[in-house]
Design a protein around this ligand. Sequence first.
Ligand code: ADP
Ligand code: 5GP
Length: 216
Amino acid sequence: MVQRGNLFILSAPSGAGKSTVIRELLGQEMVPAETLQFSISHTTRQPRRGETDGRDYHFVEKAAFLEMTGRGEFLEWAEVHGNLYGTSQGAVEPFLAQGIDMLLEIDVQGAEQVMSRVEDAFGVFLVPPSYAELKRRLIGRGLDDAAVIARRLAVSAWETKRYVNYDYVIINRDAALAARALAAIILEKRFQRKRCVDEVTAILAEFPQEIPLDDP
Ligand code: ADP
Ligand code: 5GP
């Protein structure tokens, strides 16, 4: 039987650097790309410049999103900054079943739903170095208009206080270092003894059980 993959959640206030840290992680070799999948969420938000449907998000109308919630298709969903976002079961389950780890970049409300429903779900919270730096990053990113930025900053303290519900915290001062910390967390979970029992049992089965003392 294949050992199920682990499910990791990465949350942070908008602009703290989730996407940047994930990009850094993909550029490093600590976690081979084929061993980690990023779930693609559904959202009712409008695509930003440079975003592609089916790659960054599945962009859907509100009615279609609500139909999916009615059919119980989401592992979690929430209203975030005035739009609906959700992780479908189909975006996650096939990979976990194949033993591939999943990383969900979702908000604090969705994270709490997943952590309470899924065994072997681990939450990582990314904290910006300061409020001033968070604001600088959100403005500097240049993708959202002033009203959207204000709305995101307004909930940033409320979101960041929820770090207490997570298993791990990384302060994103340097993105490359933050990515190494995230990789270390993902790797550490792969080497838990309980996850290795089947493999070690198979290796041990090939050992002769009684080795004569005079057999070198
Ligand atoms: P999020 O995905 O959390 O909304 P992004 O990854 O889009 O945030 O980052 C927001 C902005 O901050 C981007 O312009 C990015 O280049 C910048 N940024 C992210 N991490 C760092 C860092 N450690 N140091 C300096 N700038 C950063
Ligand atoms: P953005 O619009 O900047 O891409 O994302 C805004 C917020 O929505 C971020 O906090 C992001 O983590 C969160 N988010 C993205 N996808 C999902 C999802 O599937 N579920 C939930 N609950 N939040 C999500």
